[in-house]
Write a protein that binds this ligand. Structure first.
Ligand SMILES: Cc1cc2nc3c(=O)[nH]c(=O)nc-3n(C[C@H](O)[C@H](O)[C@H](O)COP(=O)(O)OP(=O)(O)OC[C@H]3O[C@@H](n4cnc5c(N)ncnc54)[C@H](O)[C@@H]3O)c2cc1C
Length: 436
């Protein structure tokens, strides 16, 4: 461990628990923290990836952030803190755009809706699927669903999303978020549809995901959250964190920073290549009139279309103008300009062209738009990252440093998972997180 040398002229302060990040994880932890605490947040405001943009009458998140509560106590706890909010409960409808046809999601359970030659090829390959060891995500897809389904949807869709080959991910890289189905369930679905999955219904506040952030902020003293103050160095042995403004002595540190950045600022030796991830470029698009009224989002596996998914806020809110989020998966080293006009110049025209090509728009006029890059968005979960994460978190815990949250846990999880984990960590109910 080689902590960076801190600038010596900075003022010194002290806190009990220093919390890094005012996203869902950091704010949830603060709500349950014992004793004295302080949150440091790099951005000028709270929410992390749960921010909401309200523009020209449209309400947009940093890509759709919908809530699937499995713990009624967590949902009730949040709702108690948002008495004036209207929270919509929505029965999900999601589809897949496949070569000009819409079929229900998930693909593997709805192959009977495909044009006949595709259906027969998928069914044939499902029945005669090759036995192989399930070492990687790709192995798992082919071994369980056959080449027909894997090559038509599961591989191209996930390659567009993760922006990497599927043999770079573990077979369980998506945990409970992957819709598994055995042959029996697939064939049963031909006659008795059951496409619910983990998010058959979801909730969404009319004011966007940021309303849940405000619920977390409701009982927190504002002076204990320092915005626009990034941590730039941590000395794990001396229990000191440095920002551009001060040096903070702490007893315990809870970080929701991406795990590789925590290692970096803590001066902990590691192989950076072990950690890889994608970026997601999100376009929020408001149009002059309504489009299709059925789906809340559509998956697009075609490599000819620039985005992998498009979602319809207007079908959640019941609005009369089409309001979309469009997600584009990019490699971690892809250069995305910081100037939104330059992002538009490079990606907006292809996005609008492809929306027209797949029939989402039909001569609609774009009246408002916004873009944001989520970096990291989906981390690549594999054996090397898992092993290094376990080893480093054990080491950090010896210094009372706990890494939590979606990126702090280097995992694939939901907001509710973040809330459950932060509460447990603060109350000492379970040890620090492990990968999904
Ligand atoms: C495309 C996409 C769609 C998603 N959709 C859903 C969904 O529909 N439903 C759902 O439940 N979940 C969804 N998620 C997951 C959800 O976004 C995360 O689980 C959640 O936002 C993670 O919160 P967090 O607080 O752990 O991390 P973050 O939101 O990343 O918060 C970390 C905070 O740390 C701050 N920070 C970073 N560096 C520093 C520093 N040096 N010093 C101080 N602060 C720093 C950041 O600014 C940020 O505010 C989605 C994720 C993605 C990528």
């Amino acid at each position: 461990m080689q902590p960076s040398a801190p600038p010596s002229s900075l003022p010194e302060t002290r806190t009990g628990t220093l919390i890094l990040g005012a996203g869902m994880t950091g704010l949830a932890y603060a709500n349950h923290a014992r004793g004295d605490w302080l949150v440091l947040e790099r951005d000028g405001g709270p929410g992390g990836y749960c921010k909401t943009v309200v523009q020209d009458g449209f309400v947009w998140d940093y890509s759709g952030h919908f809530f699937h509560f499995r713990h009624p106590d967590i949902e009730a706890w949040l709702r108690e803190r948002m008495p004036d909010d209207e929270i919509l409960t929505v029965e999900k409808s999601s589809g897949i755009w496949f070569e000009g046809t819409r079929i229900d999601f998930p693909f593997q359970k709805n192959i009977h809706q495909l044009p006949l030659p595709h259906f027969l090829a998928c069914l044939h390959d499902l029945y005669f699927r090759e036995a192989r060891d399930e070492e990687t995500f790709e192995d798992m897809l082919i071994a369980r669903f056959g080449r027909g389904i894997a090559d038509r949807f599961l591989i191209p869709y996930n390659e567009k999303l993760y922006a990497c080959p599927m043999n770079r991910l573990d077979k369980d890289a998506m945990g409970r978020f992957f819709p598994h189905a055995d042959v029996g369930a697939i064939i049963a679905n031909f006659v008795t549809p059951d496409n619910g999955g983990y998010n058959a219904s979801f909730t969404y506040p009319r004011g966007g995901a940021i309303r849940y952030v405000h619920a977390l902020l409701r009982e927190l003293p504002p002076e204990r959250i320092a915005y626009s103050e990034p941590v730039i160095a941590i000395d794990p042995v001396a229990h000191v964190a440095t920002t551009p403004k001060r040096r903070i002595h702490y007893d315990r540190l809870v970080s929701s920073l991406p795990f590789n950045r925590l290692l970096q600022v803590s001066g902990i030796a590691h192989d950076p290549s072990v950690y890889s991830w994608n970026k997601v470029l999100v376009f929020n698009l408001g149009f002059d009139r309504k489009g299709q009224t059925r789906d809340h989002w559509l998956y697009v596996p075609s490599r000819d279309v620039v985005f992998y998914r498009v979602g319809f806020y207007d079908n959640i809110f019941g609005d009369d103008r089409m309001s979309l989020y469009v997600e584009i998966g990019l490699p971690q080293d892809a250069e995305v300009p910081s100037d939104p006009a330059a992002v538009d110049a490079r990606w907006l025209a292809p996005v609008l062209k492809d929306l027209e090509a797949i029939g989402v728009t039909d001569g609609h006029q774009l009246v408002s738009h916004h873009s944001v890059v989520l970096d990291p968005a989906y981390v690549h979960i594999n054996r090397a990252a898992r092993a290094d994460f376990e080893r480093q978190t054990a080491l950090l815990r010896q210094h009372d440093i706990h890494s939590a949250g979606r990126y702090g846990g280097w995992t694939y999880c939901s907001i509710e998972d973040n809330l459950v984990e932060a509460r447990a960590l603060a109350l000492g109910l379970e040890p620090a997180p492990t990968l999904a």
